[in-house]
Design a protein around this ligand. Structure first.
Ligand code: UD1
Length: 430
């Protein structure tokens, strides 16, 4: 099993290029099957979640042509199956986007019910409520969600909770329903807007994405498009916190600074300098950072996917910080690992109380999930000594060439998959 071995202590300095947004790409790839024409998608991140979704799409008959590492051509005119295999949904929950896409195009979808996930219970009741409101009969049969509609029609849907997944899934199905749909209390995340823009580029008629009311006039057919995915705000934010925690100076390139406002604001509050350019942000930290309080919220609030990255950074800040997780109930598992590196933390329900220490020390830790795994790498980069991070498969789900990008900023990090390689790296770093 692959691991990262990291020798901490080097401030990260230099420039890093951010890839396409994984969470936008998951919705966009699924939506691409809604036309029989050829779709070209560019700025696709080469990460595990995306590659698994492409395999799931191939398994139902989509022809996937890799043009380059970051662009793909999709042909969906020969989809022979509307039933997706459990193998894929086990690996990535977001294959549930295929329900909205298949239901919209073929009026039928069979997708396994996603299992539990390690950041808390993640129901999809709102997705199903939306499909039912559009006229689908939705049943759970042998572990599958079977959604069938004789007539898919527009509807007025109110989402009880702000949900990215439900907003995107319902938006896709409604794009090809007959008539007019209004979705209220929508998620406003940049990737919701990107999926809407993508659907519109195929001829859909979606208005209001990015606000909390989305209005959709259904169309009968969608057509070909060429589309480039927005930059990944979470990958960008992760490098911004890596710069902060290591007292570095990093220019994070190929970003949309507006999407990073909540992250930039927190970094400035704790004592970093953040400079915005047209498509880049520079983060400089020269002194010990100070404590703060933060609560995760739907966009434009502080993202839950950036909670572990600020959590590990605050473990080194001057003073006591309170981090409140209000989206998922189980996102503090990394705190036990962080404590093994010398952090002083206490978790009470959905709150973590972090008393900053002057130094963290290297230890063997386990990545509990994608973002927490990346955050532990940040902690390791800032710590004294050597840290080994296990279970990095989680990190590879969402970060392309994470270790390579960090090395280009001066980090001493190696990805190893044998004891021999680990020993060799340890000897080299002394
Ligand atoms: C997406 C992101 C994930 C991010 C999350 C919140 C993707 C592929 N994943 O996940 O990285 O952490 O948004 O920004 O884009 N909920 C319900 N019923 C539902 C759906 C959601 O109660 O039917 C609840 C969830 O339990 C959670 C909240 O709504 O408490 C938000 O979840 P949601 O926005 O749906 O997250 P995902 O789309 O799964």
């Amino acid at each position: 099993m692959e691991q990262y071995i990291i020798k901490g202590g080097n401030p990260l300095v230099g420039e890093v290029e951010i890839g396409g947004a994984k969470n936008a790409a998951l919705g966009i790839l699924a939506a691409a099957i809604m036309t029989d024409d050829t779709v070209l998608i560019d700025n696709l991140p080469d990460v595990r979640d995306i590659n698994v979704l492409l395999e799931a799409m191939e398994s139902i008959g989509v022809v996937v042509k890799r043009l380059t590492r970051h662009s793909v051509e999709l042909h969906s005119e020969h989809i022979g199956e509307v039933s997706v295999d459990y193998e894929y949904i086990k690996k990535i929950r977001a294959s549930y986007y295929l329900i909205g896409a298949l239901l919209g195009k073929y009026r039928r979808a069979e997708v396994p019910l996603p299992g539990g996930c390690n950041i808390g219970s993640r129901p999809i009741d709102l997705h199903l409520k939306g499909f039912k409101a559009l006229g689908a009969r939705v049943n759970i049969r042998n572990g599958f969600i079977v959604a069938v509609a004789d007539h898919l029609h527009g509807s007025h849907i109110y989402l009880d909770t702000v949900s990215v997944g439900a907003t995107i899934n319902i938006m896709m199905a409604a794009s090809m329903a007959d008539g007019y749909t209004i979705i209220e209390n929508c998620a406003r995340e940049p990737h919701v807007v990107d999926v809407a823009n993508f659907l519109n580029s195929m001829g859909a008629n979606i208005k209001g994405a990015g606000t909390d009311v989305i209005r959709i006039r259904g169309v009968q057919k969608l057509h070909r498009t060429d589309y480039s995915i927005i930059p990944d705000q979470i990958e960008a934010g992760t490098f911004m916190f890596a710069a902060a925690a290591t007292k570095g100076d990093v220019m994070v390139k190929n970003v949309i600074p507006k999407h990073l406002e909540a992250t930039s604001a927190k970094l400035m509050e704790i004592g970093c300098e953040v400079e915005e350019f047209d498509s880049a942000v520079r983060v400089v930290a020269t002194k010990r950072l100070s404590s703060t309080n933060v609560k995760t919220l739907p966009y434009p609030g502080y993202p839950t996917d950036m909670q572990p990255q600020i959590g590990v950074t605050l473990a080194l800040a001057d003073g006591t910080s309170i981090v409140t997780e209000s989206i998922f109930e189980n996102r503090f598992k990394y705190m036990d690992e962080l404590a093994r590196m010398g952090a002083v933390v206490r978790v009470e329900g959905n709150t973590a109380i972090i008393t900053g220490v002057e130094k963290l020390s290297g230890a063997r830790v386990c990545a509990p999930d994608l973002r927490a795994g990346a955050a532990l790498v940040i902690a390791a980069l800032a710590a004294e000594g050597v840290t080994t991070v296990d279970d990095i498969l989680y990190i590879q789900r969402g970060y392309e060439d994470f270790d390579g990008k960090l090395r280009s900023l001066g980090a001493e990090i190696a990805r190893v998959d044998s004891e021999k390689e680990a020993k060799k790296f340890r000897l080299r770093i002394g």
